[in-house]
Design a protein around this ligand. Structure first.
Ligand SMILES: Nc1ncnc2c1ncn2[C@@H]1O[C@H](COP(=O)(O)OP(=O)(O)O)[C@@H](O)[C@H]1O
Ligand SMILES: [Mg+2]
Length: 241
C-alpha cells in the first residue's frame, strides 16, 4: 500500500531523513520507534506531504505521490495526527466531529451519525461536553474521531499516521486508547503507522517495528526480531527510548 523508495529529506547539508526504504502492506500495524531527533516525525511529514522529499519517492498503491500536496494525499486515503493535540476550547465534542465530517464533504450530518462516530473511539458519553475539559486521553480520542470523520462522507482514510498518540496521556488511560487503536486496525481494517515510545504499547499493537536512528532506517521486522537486533541495541546505548 505504501512504499518509501530511498526517501530523503535534507536541510542544507543536514540529512534529516536519509535514504529510507520501506514497504508497508495493506492492513499492517507498523510502529516507528527511535530516539528523540531520529527523524520519525519528519518521515511522517514526508508521507503526508507536509514536507516534500529532496530525493527518493513515496508510492501510495503503486502511484508516485512524492510531489502531491497534502490534500491530494488525504484524498488518496492518508490521514495523520500531530504530536501535540489541538482542540477548539469553545466547541463541544460533537461539534468537533460534525465540523470534521463537513470539512470532509459530508452534506447531512445527523446527531445519530455523530454519536456512532464518537462511539468508534469510545467518546459518545462526552458528546455534549466542551472539548477543552477533556482529559488528555479523551482529547486523543477526539482527534481520532476527527480523523475518521471522512467516513461519514465516503470510505474515509485507509492509512492512519499516528504521531505519539499516547503523549501526555495518563497511564490509566493508555490501555483503553490502545483498545481503540486495535479496533481501528483489526475491526475496521485500516493500515496504521504509529510513532510510539512506550514499548509495552508497541508490543501490544504492532505487527512490525521500524527503528530509526539519525534519519536512517536501522531495522524493520517483528517486535521480537528488532529487539534482539544488535545494531538496534547499540543505537540505544546511552539513549532513552
Ligand atoms: N523544519 C525543520 N527545520 C530544521 N530542522 C528540523 C526541522 N524539522 C526537524 N528538524 C530536525 O530534524 C531532526 C529530526 O526531527 P524529528 O523528525 O522531529 O525527530 P523525531 O520525531 O524522531 O523526534 C531533529 O534534529 C530536528 O531538530
Ligand atoms: Mg517526533
Amino acid at each position: 500500500m505504501l512504499e518509501l523508495a530511498g526517501l530523503s529529506w535534507r536541510i542544507g547539508a543536514v540529512r534529516i531523513v536519509d535514504d529510507v526504504h520501506l514497504a508497508v502492506p495493506e492492513g499492517e500495524f507498523l510502529a516507528v520507534i527511535g530516539p528523540n531527533g531520529a527523524g520519525k516525525t519528519s518521515l511522517f511529514n514526508l508521507v503526508s506531504g507536509v514536507h516534500r522529499a529532496t530525493s527518493g519517492a513515496v508510492l501510495l498503491d503503486g502511484r508516485d505521490v512524492t510531489r502531491q500536496p497534502p490534500h491530494r494525499r488525504a484524498r488518496g486515503g492518508i490521514a495523520r495526527t500531530f504530536q501535540s493535540s489541538s482542540v477548539f476550547a469553545t466547541m463541544t465534542v460533537a461539534e468537533h466531529a460534525e465540523l470534521a465530517a463537513r470539512a470532509a464533504g459530508a452534506r447531512r450530518v445527523t446527531a445519530a451519525a455523530v454519536t456512532r462516530l464518537l462511539a468508534r473511539v469510545r467518546l459518545e458519553h462526552r458528546a455534549g461536553d466542551l472539548a477543552a475539559g477533556l482529559s488528555h486521553g479523551d482529547k486523543r480520542k477526539l482527534e481520532l474521531a476527527m480523523l475518521l470523520a471522512p467516513t461519514l462522507a465516503g470510505d474515509g482514510p485507509r492509512l492512519l499516521l499516528l504521531d505519539e498518540p499516547m503523549a501526555g496521556v495518563a497511564a490509566e488511560e493508555t490501555s483503553e486508547l490502545s483498545s481503540v487503536l486495535r479496533e481501528l486496525h483489526q475491526g475496521e481494517g485500516r493500515t496504521v503507522l504509529m510513532v510510539e515510545h512506550h514499548m509495552d504499547i508497541v508490543l501490544g499493537l504492532a505487527d512490525r517495528v521500524a527503528v530509526m536512528h539519525h534519519g536512517r532506517l536501522l531495522a524493520a521486522g517483528t517486535p521480537a526480531a528488532v529487539m534482539a537486533d544488535a545494531t538496534v541495541q547499540d543505537a540505544y546505548v546511552g539513549e532513552a527510548l
